[in-house]
Write a new protein. Structure first.
Length: 110
């Protein structure tokens, strides 16, 4: 979690600091659909290493953006999902998706 002392004065910088890595954005893209297990996320995000995925998930959890649920089963099952705070990012992520779709269409039409 970003401490008050570490919090950038600019709100855009704060957002970028929290979710700005390409990996975090792709993780959040998936978690907007449904809860995911670690290996599902790893397989669905091309190029992400297990270490980077683990670090990104821990960071997102620490910042309160996702929830990690451990089920008492054998074998153990762990799922990641957007938290209530993470759900508030949905319009931001949808805007990024909409912009990306428009950009792709524009580039295909030229």
């Amino acid at each position: 979690m970003i401490s008050k002392k570490e919090m950038p004065a600019c709100p855009v910088a704060t957002t970028i600091q929290l979710i700005g890595s390409k990996w975090k954005l792709l993780i959040l893209r998936n978690l907007m659909q449904r809860p995911w297990r670690f290996n599902e996320l790893r397989r669905s995000i091309d190029g992400i290493s297990p270490k980077v995925l683990t670090d990104s998930l821990r960071s997102l959890e620490e910042d309160g953006i996702i929830n990690r649920t451990v089920y008492a089963e054998v074998p153990p099952r762990v799922e990641y999902a957007l938290s209530e705070l993470g759900e508030t990012l949905r319009p931001v992520l949808m805007a990024i998706q909409t912009w990306g779709e428009a950009y792709q269409k524009r580039m295909q039409d030229t």
